[in-house]
Design a protein around this ligand. Structure first.
Ligand code: G3P
Ligand code: CA
Length: 380
């Protein structure tokens, strides 16, 4: 369902006090690379650390405990991925299918809900949030997604509920008051076109929740992300918070595929595509491999032109996802041969800070904060 357009002005964004904050559109009028003459000062002064799905390296993802730990580790913003229940409540899961992150399979009373669905062209078998009411979902408990890599998280299996977006916003307020700083929230609308097709449109609910908590205006410690494009274009006229266009190295945005639009992610991150994105979004959220790909030997390669190209049209660049385990690190940064062992995550982050990124999504906010401090000291 399209959102009503109430204001057409593009919103620029600067990084202020470690958070994404909407600014006057004028900032977009004179785009320049960070550090270059004419670059908005704020663009170069603050670098953002986002707690990806919370502090997922240390607690089961998308639990209140994970978000709280991320904030206590110093994350500027916490990141709930959002899907919807059968009764239209926004809840925090990375995907509608929840057998990998909850104990739903252990609930015989829900056994008949197991089914197979195709979402954005991929078939999934399991249990789906849109087939459960919130009351049913609240009987489940979160479990670690990758127990083989994050065994230290498994003692928390069964300890936490699946949170609602509302609970995250309440947590954000409580932690902001306690910590004496605004903890930002950066929700991602997951599979918007798919949920639209079920009559469970999420965009309106996200806007309503942000408004309810006073997070829909310029300067609010909030931003909204999506891998789709049409919903961000609609939100650009609806809320005055930074909008984050997420991108992938391969494939195409699901909403464009559904509409028969032939544009791919490669088109979106081309110079012309980025100029289009800058018309409705403020931040580019690429896969980290789109910023610095791995070389043939799986070591960190050379930076692409993406940061420069995005900055040239006024987009900040906040790549995902930085993780501390050897499994996810460039080969030369592994420590030992155990995929679950933590390697030199700070060195990977340092390479990205030096490549000019404006922030990072990380499962280990402590490494994000520490690497940022080291980089700022190096740059001083
Ligand atoms: O939103 C940034 C990052 O989270 C995007 O990837 O799949 O982890 O939601 P994903
Ligand atoms: Ca996300």
């Amino acid at each position: 369902m399209p959102l009503p357009r109430t204001a057409a002005a593009a919103t620029a964004v600067v990084l202020t006090a470690g958070s994404l904050v909407a600014s006057a559109p004028a900032a977009l009028a004179a785009p320049a690379a960070p550090g270059a003459p004419g670059a908005p000062a704020a663009l170069t002064d603050e670098l953002l650390v986002v707690g990806h799905r919370g502090a997922s390296a240390y607690r089961p993802e998308h639990t209140l405990a994970a978000y709280e730990l991320a904030a206590r580790m110093g994350a500027d913003m916490i990141e709930p991925d959002l899907v919807m229940t059968a009764d239209g409540v926004l809840v925090d899961r990375h995907e509608p299918e929840i057998s990998g992150t909850t104990d739903v399979a252990d609930h015989p009373e829900l056994a008949d809900r197991k089914t197979t669905k195709t979402i954005d062209g991929t078939s999934y078998t399991g249990w789906f949030t849109e087939d459960l009411t919130l009351a049913e979902l609240k009987t489940l408990r979160a479990v670690e997604r990758v127990p083989e890599l994050r065994q230290r998280n498994t003692p928390y299996d069964g300890a936490y509920e699946v949170p609602t977006f509302e609970e995250v916003l309440q947590l954000r307020e409580r932690l902001s008051a306690e910590l004496g700083r605004e903890v930002g929230v950066i929700p991602e609308i997951k599979h918007g076109t798919y949920f639209d097709s079920l009559g469970l449109s999420m965009e309106e609910a996200v806007v309503a929740a942000l408004r309810e908590h006073g997070l829909d205006g310029a300067g609010a410690p909030a931003a909204v992300q999506s891998f789709e494009t049409a919903n961000l274009r609609e939100l650009d006229g609806e809320v005055d918070v930074p909008l984050v266009q997420l991108t992938s190295p391969t494939g195409a945005p699901a909403d464009l595929v559904a509409a028969g639009d032939p544009r791919t992610w490669a088109d979106v991150v081309s110079p012309a595509g980025l100029a289009d994105v800058a018309g409705y979004a403020d931040v580019l959220g690429p896969d980290k491999a789109q910023v610095i790909p791995l070389a043939a030997d799986a070591t960190l390669g050379e930076p692409t032109s993406l940061v420069t190209d995005a900055h040239a049209v006024g987009l900040l660049v906040v790549p995902y996802t930085f993780r501390p385990e050897n499994e996810y690190l460039p080969a030369e940064l592994d420590l030992g041969t155990d995929p679950a062992a933590h390697g030199l995550a700070d060195a990977e982050l340092a390479a990205f800070w030096r490549a000019g990124v404006d922030g990072v999504f990380t499962d280990a906010p402590d490494t994000g904060v520490e690497s940022r401090a080291a980089f700022l000291a190096e740059r001083a």
